[in-house]
Write a protein that binds this ligand. Structure first.
Ligand code: ATP
Length: 488
């Protein structure tokens, strides 16, 4: 990581806190590891990202509908999905520090270290050995690699390691008043299963015809052992997932379709295409027949933001088996090969799954700019969040030039006409330049200033965040001007 990208990341994190976007959870109690809260502007930005996703999925596609399933689900669901037995990471404990680490993460850190020290051959060999061990699920081999490469505990510096064990990432809790093993429920580690178990309900009640999709936005929980990189890896996070049900044999076409469509969704926000790349999974999960990630270049390197997976009929077939309920679709369309209807089958599924928090961070990083304003002597600069106007938490700020002469009243009057349509703020404190700067830092696309002339001719000054240009417009035109730029 270069110093400047390192700085950029630090600056974004502190900006997010200073301006009410993201706070560490439970901060007055010294925080809770890998858990964060969204502040007043963060919650708005997050909602706008959800709206952008929901509109493009549910509103723009007649054959996709959205649901909101409960976080708690029948524990058998996680048995059927494979999460009880297989959703785990390889963990190793250090006997001296009594601290627990992800074995693959320790190795990855070492690979990075070798790379930084110019030991490329060593880095490549260790990478290949680690990948092989992970592929074979060979836990003793992972430990051997840790010992062979003399990896020390990051806390105690000792090399006194236990064996490697699988550690399940699901949080569990008890349902009902009496603690009993049979009452164990899990906090869902993904939203997808809530869609699968409602497949038939939605298909029947919505009279959905294949191909069709079910979308959902919601919280997911994973007991991640390493908390890293701010809101990239959290224990409580949010996903936006869509499961698209297709006729068996057509999944590859749909997989390609969704792979491309999802990247276009990202690029439509104006992000530089060079910041994105696809990453193909070479090691597929047991249920998948194709998988690609959409990765974004964060200041600390490329990182997965969204996964597009061809999940075959694995999930529905498993739920069919575990629930003893038929989860099939009757396809009346005629197969040209046999001249008969396709008939009953368990649909195949293409999944698109994006992490809302990672999308949030990506958006903040992309928008963040410390702009020099040309005057070398005064070293004047501003921090501006160049958010797409549709995503901006506040659409416009209304300022009376002074606190007297009836200007606040006039400003309020203008605000009252606009606030039903747009999220606005009113600010009368500080000099006007300072108020502009504050809105730049929040990403507000417009500032509207009410002055003495407004009282005479009902015109106001509108100032644009990106260019800082100002123009005088009729207050009656504001709704149209703002609407033209912030509407979807
Ligand atoms: P990673 O390999 O980075 O742990 P994953 O492959 O486990 O991610 P998926 O299970 O495919 O992730 O989940 C879909 C999306 O959910 C990811 O692309 C990511 O954006 C998001 N996501 C997954 N785990 C977390 C987490 N702990 N915190 C925040 N977002 C997450």
């Amino acid at each position: 990581m270069s110093t400047s990208s390192d700085d950029l990341f630090k600056n974004v994190i502190s900006h997010a806190k200073e301006y009410g976007f993201v706070f560490p959870s439970s901060e007055i109690y010294d925080g809770l590891s890998a858990v964060y809260d969204y502040g007043q502007y963060g919650a708005e930005l997050k909602n706008n990202l959800k709206t952008y996703w929901w509109k493009s999925m549910v509103q723009m596609n007649e054959n996709i509908v959205g649901i909101d399933s409960a976080i708690f689900m029948h524990p058998k669901i996680w048995k059927a999905s494979g999460h009880v037995d297989g959703f785990s990471d390889p963990m190793i404990d250090n006997k001296d520090s009594k601290k627990r680490y992800r074995a693959d993460q320790l190795l990855e850190d070492k690979i990075e270290r070798y790379g930084k020290d110019g030991k490329t051959a060593k880095a490549e060999r260790l990478q290949a050995d680690m990948e092989q061990a992970l592929k074979d699920e060979n836990l003793p081999r992972l430990r051997e690699l840790i010992v062979e490469h003399e990896i020390a505990c990051p806390v105690s510096g000792t090399r006194n390691w236990t064996e490697v064990r699988q550690f399940n990432l699901m949080f569990s809790t008890q349902m009902g008043a009496v603690a009993d093993d049979s009452d164990v429920v899990y906090l869902r580690p993904e939203t997808a299963q809530g869609i699968f178990v409602n497949y038939l309900n939605v298909q029947k009640s919505g009279r959905m015809k294949i191909p069709f999709g079910i979308a959902q936005i919601g919280k997911a929980f994973r007991n991640e052992v390493i908390a890293r990189q701010f809101i990239i890896r959290m224990r409580e996070f949010e996903q936006m997932e869509m499961q698209f049900f297709v006729r068996p044999g057509t999944q590859m076409e749909w997989f390609e379709y969704w792979k491309e469509t999802r990247l276009k969704w990202h690029l439509a926000l104006g992000t530089d295409a060079a910041k994105y790349r696809y990453h193909e999974h070479t090691k597929l999960a047991h249920y998948a027949d194709a998988a690609f990630d959409i990765e974004f270049e964060f200041p600390f390197g490329f990182k997965e933001v969204e996964g597009i997976h061809s999940r075959t009929d694995f999930d529905l077939s498993q739920h069919q088996k575990f629930s003893n309920k038929k989860l099939q679709y009757f396809d009346p369309e005629v197969d040209p090969k046999t001249n008969k209807p396709y008939g009953n089958y368990v649909p195949f599924v293409i999944e698109t799954s994006i992490g809302l928090d990672r999308m949030f961070l990506l958006t903040m990083i992309n928008a963040f700019e410390e702009e020099a304003l040309g005057n070398e002597e005064t070293q004047d600069s501003r921090t501006v969040l160049r958010l797409h106007p549709c995503l901006a938490p506040i659409k416009a700020a209304i300022f009376p030039l002074t606190k007297k002469d009836g200007l606040p009243e006039k400003a309020r009057e203008i605000m009252d006409k606009l606030k039903i349509d747009y999220n606005l703020v009113y600010e009368e404190k500080d000099a006007i330049g300072k108020r502009y700067r504050r809105q730049d830092a929040i990403g507000t696309p417009f500032c509207i200033t009410v002055d003495h002339q407004t009282l005479e001719d009902n015109t106001v000054t509108i100032r644009y965040r990106d260019t800082m240009a100002q123009e005088r417009v009729d207050a009656g035109e504001l709704n149209k001007i703002i609407g033209g730029l912030v509407s979807w």
